[in-house]
Design a protein around this ligand. Structure first.
Ligand SMILES: [Zn+2]
Ligand SMILES: [Zn+2]
Length: 367
């Protein structure tokens, strides 16, 4: 590593002003915008490190006292880029940017009913999207012409400006206005897409929705999103599932729930009822003496598990209807029934924790 004073071409007694002037002069010759040669850039980094050390009185004193250790590498902790940013307004990517770009992903939502969510379905969806311009095949140019080198930036995609800073005049660069940084201009743009290489068009896409989907699931369709500018590859299309509520079936993951009510006499005597399921009407046997709030699981009549053939259960919640208004005849029969069972006015039983309904409540709360 060369001596910092030698690098800047000043003697050891140079004033801060002289050091600054010396660096300014060298920076103008060696700045990356003027001379991108890697060897020159290494030299520029060394000089900048020297300036970093000598322009700070404290660091300079350390250096003068022989404390080179701290300056061995020159630019610990990003010192170099800090200086670069302070003096020249950041680095950034250099050279022209490509016209061809990756297309955007697209997201659509589709509603499915419970039946479709359980068994899967297919949909043809028509949507407007960016597609490759057929007239120019994505090139953006008319009549088989080609983009021409930008006359303003000579194909570099950036323009250099002389900027005044405390270092004096330094060169800095910005994307070229004439070509928007592409380095080329389309002199004869395609009439159809105005040079973008793509147009908006309606397209119909067939979407296969697998059995077992639920709200929030996304189906990824590779390459079915918007195509990119300049004939760039298309992004992906995501189809998000929104499940519509069913009139009487309630979904809980793989299981379905249905609530029914049966007359008091049927609950006492036992009965068979027909209920609607996703698989059509199904008979459910109800044993005599069932209590209100009981559940009867029907195996395999719930929802399909995604990517498998497994089906959850349909849980039937049974409510028992207590008759509200009784005719004279009904009241007579019911009182006769009550007497026959030896029931008395004011009969009541306190239930222990283990008993039916209470246990069910407790289980429901502890779940
Ligand atoms: Zn240009
Ligand atoms: Zn076109």
């Amino acid at each position: 590593m060369s001596d910092f004073y030698q690098l800047l071409g000043v003697d050891r007694g140079a004033t801060q002003d002289e050091i600054k002037k010396a660096y300014r002069k060298i920076a103008r010759e060696l700045h990356p915008d003027v001379n991108p040669d890697p060897e020159v850039q290494n030299k520029f980094k060394e000089v900048t490190a020297a300036y970093d050390a000598l322009s700070d009185p404290q660091k300079r004193q350390q250096y003068d006292m022989g404390g080179r250790g701290g300056f061995g590498g020159g630019f610990g902790g990003g010192g170099f880029s800090d200086i670069m940013d302070a003096f020249f307004g950041g680095g950034g990517n250099r050279g022209p940017r490509p016209r061809m770009r990756q297309g955007q992903d697209a997201l659509i939502r589709i509603e499915v009913d419970l039946n479709e969510a359980c068994f899967g379905t297919e949909r043809d969806i028509t949507l407007e999207s960016a597609v490759v311009c057929e007239d120019c095949e994505g090139q953006g140019t008319a009549n088989n012409s080609h983009p021409e080198t930008c006359p303003v930036c000579k194909g570099r995609g950036e323009m250099q400006f002389v900027q005044k800073s405390f270092l004096g005049q330094v060169m800095t660069s910005r994307p070229c206005n004439n070509c928007s940084g592409y380095g080329t201009v389309i002199t004869d743009p395609c009439r159809e897409c105005a040079g973008d290489g793509r147009v908006r068009a309606k397209q119909t896409i067939n979407i296969k929705i697998p059995a077992g989907v639920e709200t929030g699931n996304r189906i990824q369709m590779s390459g079915r999103g918007e195509v990119g500018a300049g004939g760039g590859p298309a992004g992906d299309l995501y189809v998000e599932i929104v499940e519509k509520n069913h009139d009487f079936l309630l979904r809980d993951g793989e299981n379905l729930h249905i609530a029914i009510s049966i007359p008091f006499a049927a609950a006492t005597l036992g009965t068979t009822v027909n209920i609607e399921t996703l698989d059509g009407p199904t008979k459910v046997q109800i044993k005599g003496g069932i209590e209100s709030g009981s559940t009867i699981p029907i195996k395999g009549k719930g929802m399909t598990r995604l990517r498998s053939n497994h089906r959850g259960d349909l849980i039937v919640h049974v409510d028992i209807e207590t008759p509200h208004k009784l005719s004279r005849e009904e009241e007579k029969l019911l009182r006769a029934f009550s007497n026959a069972r030896g029931e008395k006015e004011g009969d009541v039983k306190i239930k222990r924790h283990e008993d039916g309904l209470f246990a069910k409540f407790r289980d429901a709360f502890n779940r």
